[in-house]
Each structure stands twice: as C-alpha cells, then as structure tokens.
Design a protein around this ligand. Structure first.
Ligand SMILES: C[S@@+](CC[C@H](N)C(=O)[O-])C[C@H]1O[C@@H](n2cnc3c(N)ncnc32)[C@H](O)[C@@H]1O
Length: 248
C-alpha cells in the first residue's frame, strides 16, 4: 500500500493500540466484564428476600431480554423513552422525569404506590441520576431498595460525559457520571449504602437496612482520580457474598 493517507492512518491506529495507557484501560474493562454476579442476580436476590408480594420498577430498560424479563416479582413496571431500542416494549414510553411527574399527579398507577425495588439505569449523567434517586426515594418502601447500575467505572473513559465518542479504551462501555450521584448519596446520613463490586458497580441504597454507613463529605469537586484513590470507602465497595451476610 503506497497510499500516503492509508500509511498515516495505519501508523496512527497502530500507535494508539500499542499505547500502554490505552492497553491498560482496555484490560480494566475486560476485567470488569468478566465479574459476576450480574445485576439481574443481585436484584432477584433482593426481591427473593421479601416476605410479601413484590413490586418492581425499572427505569431505563433497552432490550428487556437483557435484564427486565428475567426479574422475578409479582408486579413489574418498566419506563423507557426508547432512545436505544426501537421496539421499546415497556409500560411507560417516557423519560424518568415525565414518569415521576405523571405518577405524582395521579395520572398513572397511584400516587401512593410503593415499590420493593427500584432499579435506576436510565440516563447515566449525575444530575439526572440524582433526580432519579430523589424521586425513587419517595416511591420505595421504607424497607425496600433503590439499586443503581454503573456506579464503579473502571477507567475515566467509562466515566466520560459524552456517550457518543467511542474511540477510547472503554469503547462502547459507558458508565457516565452515575458514580458522582451515588457518591453524593454516600454523604447523606438519612440512607445506608454500598456498592457491589461487579457488573460495573451495582449501588444499593436503603433507608432501613444496615448495609453501610454514610461518610463525611469529601472530594467536593468530584475528581475521578480521587475516586480511584479512595474507591473502597467512597463507594463502600463490597463483594456479593459479604453483602448477603448484611441482610440475614
Ligand atoms: C443502559 S440502558 C438500560 C439497560 C437495562 N436496564 C439492562 O439492565 O439491561 C439505558 C436505557 O435508558 C434509556 N434512557 C435514556 N434516557 C432516559 C431517561 N431520561 N429516562 C429513562 N430512561 C432513559 C435509554 O433509552 C436506554 O434504553
């Protein structure tokens, strides 16, 4: 190939793929992908521990075969505006903000409805996730759980703001800035919280269950490097086996 453009692009690509930082980022992503259990098993464990009929809400569903359809609950509801999956076979084809507004104004279901588990996995930007948590706290039972996907980004590329830029070691794996919203709630003394170290970090918030005490407010600028340095305490990272022991 003597085409100078091809040569230039080939060596640029080769340089990128051989960059040790790039390779380290890719390895961290692969390691995260291999972790178990997945979110589905964790959510089903929480629901199976309940004594009564169970009610589940999922915010952000995409293809329900990936998680929603495998969740075992007596009553289930799904919310998604359908940005990523054309068929979008959910109960409420709206954003989470619109869903909670309709719910609060008695336009859908009942404003008194209470869920055993609410799984937040919609738009992964801190402000939105924080709003989803605030709203979920109103509609989760006092002994129920709010569960968040994507709280433990393995690299800063997974934690980028812009989902659409894919030429990073994280590729299409996007956790966004969910971790910032979760950390904000780790500072809140009115909830207990921890993050299961699997499947990109499965954060759990509970008003009543002793799953982890809050921490003093630190990292006020939400720098990713500070998260890396203090991950264990910031997120209260815990294995699934140790988490199960907290609920017996
Ligand atoms: C990561 S996917 C959900 C994956 C699914 N929960 C699972 O476990 O396999 C994120 C979904 O959130 C939806 N979404 C995006 N913005 C949203 C919003 N503001 N409110 C609710 N859902 C949103 C997208 O349409 C997409 O289907």
């Amino acid at each position: 190939m003597n085409d100078p453009n091809f040569q230039r692009e080939y060596s640029a690509g080769e340089k990128l793929l051989n960059d040790p930082n790039f390779q380290e980022g890719q390895e961290k992503c692969y390691a995260e992908i291999l972790k178990t259990p997945k979110r589905t098993e964790i959510i089903n464990f929480l629901l199976s521990n309940r004594n009564d009929e169970t009610r589940y809400l999922e915010i952000g569903v995409r293809n329900p075969d990936d998680n929603y359809n495998h969740i075992i609950a007596d009553e289930k509801y799904s919310v998604d505006p359908g940005y990523e999956y054309e068929e979008n076979p959910v109960d409420f084809k709206v954003t989470s903000d619109e869903f909670f507004e309709l719910l609060s104004n008695n336009k859908i279901l009942s404003p008194d409805i209470q869920f055993d588990v609410i799984f937040i996995d919609g738009l992964h930007l801190a402000e939105q996730v924080d709003r989803d948590i605030i709203n979920s706290m109103r509609f989760v039972k006092s002994d129920g759980f709010v569960v968040l996907h994507d709280c433990n980004p393995p690299t800063e590329w997974n934690a980028r703001d812009n989902y659409n830029y894919l030429s990073t070691p994280a590729g299409g794996n996007w956790n966004g800035t969910t971790w910032k919203a979760f950390l904000k709630w780790r500072f809140n003394p009115s909830v207990n919280s921890c993050c299961i170290d699997s499947d990109w970090g499965v954060g759990i918030l509970s008003k009543e269950h002793p799953i982890g005490s809050c921490i003093r407010e630190v990292n006020q600028f939400y720098e990713f490097r500070n998260l890396v340095e203090h991950k264990e305490t910031y997120l209260n990272l815990i294995s699934f086996d140790d988490f199960k022991k907290l609920l017996v």
